[in-house]
Design a protein around this ligand. Structure first.
Ligand SMILES: [Zn+2]
Length: 142
């Protein structure tokens, strides 16, 4: 389960609408309870989408940004618990490419941005054995 605050979702929505028609992406930083498979988001951290050629339907995070965020999280006593990105004019379902780059024990929030408006979103987790995503429960904290 993912626990996230309304304000974080609002931030992702805002970033997604500002970045439209391109995909935006970033990290979910927080704490992970492995035993109960619960991730709690404390902060969202946007990074640049490095894929310039197909930014409308692909996103890519540079190793440098990855390290930068890892350092930042570590300093704050947090860890990377997930990655969020948008799907401009596409549903909030993971693509084949998303599956290719997915890692276990992470929440993948995908927000659909239709005609420049952040619409539906869902959070996905990789099922390592089946090599497919399943939708996870989300609790929105206000
Ligand atoms: Zn995607």
């Amino acid at each position: 389960m993912l626990i996230i605050k309304k304000e974080h979702l609002d931030q992702i929505k805002k970033q997604g609408e500002e970045g439209y028609p391109y995909e935006i992406c970033g990290f979910l930083l927080g704490k992970q309870d492995y035993k109960n498979e619960t991730r709690t988001v404390y902060e969202v951290f946007q990074v640049e989408n490095q894929n310039k050629e197909r930014a409308n339907d692909r996103f890519e995070i540079s190793p440098k940004d990855y390290m930068k965020v890892e350092d930042y999280a570590f300093e704050k006593g947090l860890e990377i618990v997930g990655i969020y990105h948008t799907h401009p004019d596409h549903p909030d379902r993971p693509s084949q490419t998303d599956l290719m780059f997915a890692q276990p024990d992470m929440s993948y929030i995908i927000m659909s941005v239709k005609d420049g408006k952040g619409e539906n979103w869902r959070s996905w987790v990789l099922d390592v054995d089946k090599n497919e995503f399943y939708e996870e429960d989300v609790k929105v904290d206000y």
